[in-house]
Ligand binder design. Structure first.
Ligand code: UT7
Length: 333
């Protein structure tokens, strides 16, 4: 096949205005700023209010990326939305975004890969562009975890926040590929360690309605052990595929799940602090939105300079995980 290279055109993000600090959480939980900060690096998170949902933030992140790209909605060929807690199962969030940005020529669908959603979306989107059939593909990741947390479980609810991020990719006109390497993985045998069930109710003629449990559960210790083993391997494999050494890379832009996990990756890569992009202190773990939010904010704040090469990486429920080595072109916003 005559592979079509991919350009990363623009980025976008959107988060709720409402901020909940660690101290706020002590009003409803037996916890402390000291415990949360030292174990995770989180100081606060943005949380949706009653009128806000994943669709709203997804639309806003998509509009942000579209505005910066110079591409009209009508020119978008596909929209892929990664979300583990969409407001609707259908219409899909992608279809709502299609309407909101006027992308009436685009196919639109959602995927569920929890925190690794954006890396999977990038794999699917770039494969679609590679075929030559699709030119502009909008990737959006949006999660409002706060609506599905068990707010009595201090081991999980303090970790997550809400928000959305977007990446618009396109067939590279100059033939230069911005995706230097990308790998995604899954291990379903580890699925029990992070769950969110949508049990539904049986037909009443079959058996009485049961109480469903639609809350996130997590065995943090098992997830931690799994991640510190697999994530460095995934990153090193990706670098090898890209024929690069860690020293050839400018930035690590990791999933923001736990500062200790990020520091472990930093040590493995022997990166100085300025090469590791972190905003977990402000947003907590925003699941699939985490990587595009930290990437967008890193560029906006000037922490990430362009042109440069960055490692994106994420892991989460499934278990699923993945890494990408990408080129961030001069002027990317
Ligand atoms: O994107 C999804 C991927 N998820 C992750 O990456 C999560 C990975 N795991 C982690 O980040 C860590 O395992 C946690 C931050 C979730 C937990 O840290 P830990 O060091 O593994 O703590 P632990 O679960 O072993 O709990 C230690 C203690 C326990 O008390 P005892 O039994 O020692 O008395 C917990 O009950 O800390 C207690 N604890 C808390 N205390 C205050 C748990 N949560 C809290 C809390 N505040 N929020």
């Amino acid at each position: 096949m005559n592979y079509k290279p991919v350009q990363i055109l623009s980025l976008g993000m959107s988060v709720p205005d409402t901020v909940i600090t660690n101290d706020d959480l002590t009003k409803i939980l037996d916890t402390s700023d000291e415990w949360i900060s030292t174990r995770t690096g989180i100081k606060q998170r943005h949380i949706a209010n009653g009128n806000e949902n994943s669709t709203l933030f997804g639309v806003n992140a998509a509009l942000d990326a579209m505005k910066k790209s110079g591409i009209e909605g009508i020119e978008v060929d596909a929209i892929i939305v990664a979300s583990s807690n969409p407001y609707n199962i259908y219409p899909s969030t992608a279809c709502v975004i299609q309407d909101a940005i006027g992308a009436k020529n685009a196919i639109a669908f959602d995927i569920t890969v929890a925190c690794t959603g954006m890396i999977y979306a990038l794999e699917i989107g770039r494969s679609m562009i590679a075929t030559g059939k699709y030119k502009n593909v909008l990737l959006v990741a949006t999660d409002t975890n706060s609506k599905f947390l068990d707010w009595t479980d201090r081991g999980s609810c303090v970790l997550f926040g809400d928000g959305a991020g977007a990446i618009l990719i396109s067939k590279a006109q100059d033939g230069v590929d911005d995706i230097l390497a990308l790998n995604v993985n899954a291990n379903g045998s580890m699925g029990k360690f992070i769950t969110m069930n949508l049990t539904g109710d049986n037909c009443p003629l079959v058996e009485p309605a049961t109480e469903g449990c639609h809350k996130i559960t997590m065995n943090g210790k098992e997830v931690y052990k799994f991640v510190v083993q697999t994530m460095p391997e995934s990153i090193m494999k990706c670098l090898e595929d890209a024929k690069l050494e860690p020293k050839d890379v400018d930035y690590l832009v990791p999933h923001q799940a736990n500062l200790r996990i990020i520091e472990g990756l930093q040590n493995r890569l022997e990166f100085s602090d300025d090469k590791v992009i972190v905003n977990i202190d402000k947003y907590g773990n925003t699941s699939a939105a985490s990587v595009p939010i930290v990437l967008t904010e890193g560029i906006q704040s000037g922490k990430i300079k362009t042109p440069s090469v960055a490692i994106l990486c994420a892991f989460g429920a499934g278990m699923a995980w993945g890494s990408a080595v990408v080129r961030l072109r001069e002027g990317l916003k």
